[in-house]
Design a protein around this ligand. Structure first.
Ligand SMILES: *[C@@H]1O[C@H](CO)[C@@H](O)[C@H](O)[C@H]1NC(C)=O
Ligand SMILES: *[C@@H]1O[C@H](CO)[C@@H](O)[C@H](O)[C@H]1NC(C)=O
Ligand SMILES: *[C@@H]1O[C@H](CO)[C@@H](O)[C@H](O)[C@H]1NC(C)=O
Length: 293
């Protein structure tokens, strides 16, 4: 017994050693990947020519910043429907082939610039305090998903999706990143909680305690730790401005993001790039920033 135990301890120690050194190697490799990306991301930035609006305006919509209101009530009014690129808003993968349009708005991240004439494009975005943005993403996920609860079974959820699509001319929140991941996932969770309440003989539409609704909806502390949320909500605005979201057009973006998610200290480099892009933009008039409250 005793020698076996010793052996096991020895093996464990060995594994721990191997593990530590491979993690170190991972870190070194990740640091290289992130640094290289940061260098090239800033190299690509071209000199602007003052505060002039370029031929094409790309409205980079960071979810839950009031961007939709800002876009529809102001930007779109200024440009007029004729200049808007077709299906540019709320249609995930923007099609840049249509010539002559001057206004693009999407939830796509900054990497879409790789498909646009960079020197002829201005970028505009709205930023918001990250904590408020995450709270709002939680609230919105629950709100949109709970619309499906009026239909008592999952089959009708599919029907409802179809109906919403028809109402919004083929595009809806359910097609847009990141909601296309967050809403169906939250919907499943709401249905599961509803079914659990039904099984217990509880009402599934009312709760006696408004401050304890865990039986009805996922609490925030659970939401923020879920993989889908880690993938699409955490550091969302920074990743969007840097072109590194889980929805990025650039193949290398995913390695960079995974490295940063694994070794959070490397996030400094991403934040730095995002801040430089934003500051540079304010100087050269490429990136107009509004703070939403
Ligand atoms: C629930 O689903 C079943 C099976 O698809 C369907 O027959 C039924 O009409 C649905 N109920 C409601 C209220 O939509
Ligand atoms: C909740 O309210 C209902 C109706 O007022 C009541 O019958 C029930 O006992 C309450 N349940 C709890 C857990 O307080
Ligand atoms: C983005 O996130 C969603 C939700 O977690 C996931 O299903 C999808 O595969 C991710 N895409 C990439 C490119 O990582």
């Amino acid at each position: 017994m005793v020698p076996t135990l010793k052996f096991a301890v020895f093996l464990l120690a060995l594994f721990a050693f191997v593990d530590a050194s491979s993690a170190e190697k991972d870190f070194v490799q990740c640091e290289k990947i992130v640094r290289e990306w940061a260098r090239s991301a800033l190299e690509e930035e071209i000199e602007g020519d003052g505060h002039t609006l370029q031929d094409l305006l790309f409205f980079l919509h960071v979810p839950r910043t009031g961007g939709r209101t800002y876009f529809h009530c102001l930007v779109k009014k200024v440009y007029g429907a004729a200049l808007e690129c077709p299906r540019s808003y709320d249609k995930l993968r923007f099609d840049p082939r249509k010539p002559k349009c001057r206004l693009v708005a999407t939830h796509d991240d900054y990497s879409i610039m790789s498909m646009l004439p960079r020197e002829k494009t201005s970028v505009m975005t709205v930023l918001r305090h990250p904590v408020d943005r995450v709270f709002s993403a939680y609230e919105f996920s629950v709100e949109v998903a709970s619309r499906f609860l009026v239909h008592p079974n999952l089959t009708s959820a599919t029907e409802l999706t179809k109906r919403i699509r028809a109402k919004h001319k083929g595009v809806s929140t359910l097609d847009i990143w990141p909601w296309k991941y967050l809403v169906p996932w939250m919907r499943e969770d709401l249905f599961a909680r509803r079914d659990a309440r039904k099984m217990k003989g509880l009402s599934y539409v009312n709760s006696n305690d408004s401050y304890n609704v865990e039986e009805m909806a996922m609490p925030l502390h659970q939401f923020i730790n879920e993989p889908v949320v880690l993938d699409t909500v955490h550091n969302g605005a920074t990743f969007q401005v840097a072109g590194l979201t889980n929805n990025s057009y650039l193949a290398e973006a995913h390695d960079v993001r995974h490295c940063v998610q694994k070794f959070t200290i490397l996030g400094e480099h991403v934040l730095q790039v995002a801040q430089i892009l934003v500051n540079l933009a304010e100087e050269v008039g490429q990136y107009a920033i509004c703070w939403s409250h």
